[in-house]
Design a protein around this ligand. Sequence first.
Ligand SMILES: [Zn+2]
Length: 90
Amino acid sequence: MPETLPFTPNPFFRCAGPNCGVLKGVSDRWWVMWTSFDERKIPVVHLAPWDEELAVREGALHVCGEGCAQKLQSQFMGNVLENRGRRSGG
Ligand SMILES: [Zn+2]
């Protein structure tokens, strides 16, 4: 069932980085990351400069900087390898 709540922009974004969780300020240069599957079901990680529209999308991760982006990318890569190993491993 889709959410039918009225659109309420949330001014508070928190960094999704492991052990980070800082709050975004107005002037901070942040990034948005999200993952998806392409048409061949291959997991893809996306990274884009901060954009309010991207930031409020479902599944969007808010990232305070390069360090946290790298940690999240590393987490993503670990998950992919883990899933792959599970799938092909007997
Ligand atoms: Zn962070």
